[in-house]
Design a protein. Sequence first.
Length: 148
Amino acid sequence: MTAPDPDGLLAEQLLRLTRRVHRIQKRHLELHELGITPAQGRLLRTLAHYGSPPRMADLAARLEVVPRAVTSLVDGLERAGKVRRVPDPSNRRVVRIELTDEGRATLGELRAARRRAAEEILAPLTAEQRAVLGGLLDTLVDGPPGTG
C-alpha cells in the first residue's frame, strides 16, 4: 500500500477548482453575449488601467504578447466600435489606442459579469475564508512578500 500523496491530492483539487471556476465564468460571460473574445476582454481591461491612451507596444508589454497579437486584437475591437486608434499629439508617427464609449460600456458589462461569476464561486465561503483565500491567491500569483 502506498502512502497518500498530499501534493498529488492538492493538484487534483486545484485542477477541479480551475475547471469549475472556468465553467462558471464562461457561463456568466456567455449569458451576457458581449460580442468579444476573452483575449479582447483582457485587452479592454488592460486598456482601462492607463490614464491616457497607450501605444500598441505598451499594451503588448503589459499583456506579455508580441505586438502583432495586439494589432489583431485592436483590429477586431476597432471594427466592433470598442476602441479607436488616435494619433499621438507629440509624434504623428505614433498611434495610441483609446476606449470608445461603446468600449467603456462593454467593459462595464464585462466587469459586472465577472463579479457575478465571482459571487457564485465564493458563495460557500464566509467573509473570513474569503480574506484567507485572497491572501493565498496573492501569494500564489505574486510570490511570498518580499520576493516580487
